[in-house]
Design a protein around this ligand. Structure first.
Ligand code: C5J
Length: 237
């Protein structure tokens, strides 16, 4: 059974990432969650949805070591962790044609692939990759849409815990990560995207998204390399 520091409630402690863009990002560890978006086999491993869309999944795999280090440090600090999975019901009643019929994939959502039915809850390909597997006590959200807040109850669960700040990582930067950050901002959260813990199949889209997030005085939020987060977490208080 997975056990670990995830169920501990951290003491209030205010940290500041000086080198965040567009300006320093301050957060209380007791009121902040690390949200990892869709780090699933279907997007990151060969044979999944990402590859059926014609993408090179090795680009996404490259962020796993940095994401794992950030996750480990956050867990050691006792911070709340949220994992999301893009996951549909087996009958696809939560997957409208406007989503299922997009693109020209070799396999569509719900079709049988090498790792089971594509983006269907409970299928092997829908699992979060082993390197980032959730621990007991961490929140795991199945989301039918691109945003982590749409039809998931995530906002209510974060409110119950007094969460005000969100650190984001995951895939893909310009689709589910950016959508989730925008949804979060609309709901009043201050969000920071960990630059090396997110990736796109299209490097130019990742770069553009980082620019968009921090443009206009941080219209969506902040960005910073995960090494800056590790540095503040490891600094003696
Ligand atoms: C996509 C996602 N790209 N998690 N999903 O379809 O970004």
């Amino acid at each position: 059974m997975n056990t670990g520091p995830a169920t501990r409630q951290p003491a209030s402690r205010t940290l500041r990432i000086e080198r965040a863009l567009p300006f320093p990002y301050e957060f209380d560890i007791a009121r902040t969650a690390l949200v990892l978006i869709d780090m699933q086999r279907d997007f990151i491993e060969p044979g999944g949805f990402g590859e059926t869309l014609g993408n090179d999944v090795s680009l996404l795999e490259a962020i796993v070591p940095a994401t794992r280090r950030a996750l480990h440090a956050w867990r050691q600090a006792g911070g709340l962790v949220v994992h999301t999975r893009e996951a549909h019901l087996a009958d696809l009643s939560d997957c409208p044609p406007a989503k299922r019929n997009r693109g020209n994939p070799t396999l569509r959502i719900g079709d049988e692939g090498p790792m089971g039915r594509i983006l269907v809850a409970g299928e092997p390909g829908n699992r979060i990759i082993d390197a980032l597997a959730p621990l007991d006590g961490e929140i795991v959200i199945d989301k039918p849409g691109k945003g982590a807040f749409y039809a998931t109850g995530l906002h209510e669960r974060l409110q119950q815990r007094g969460i005000t700040h969100l650190l984001f990582g995951g895939v893909t930067t310009e689709v589910c990560v950016q959508t989730s950050m925008r949804e979060a901002n609309d709901r009043g959260y201050d969000g920071l995207l960990l630059e090396d813990c997110t990736e796109s199949y299209f490097p130019a889209f990742k770069a553009a998204t980082l620019d968009m997030v921090r443009a206009q005085g941080g219209i969506v939020g902040w960005t910073a390399p995960s090494t800056e987060l590790l540095a503040v977490l490891h600094r003696p208080s």
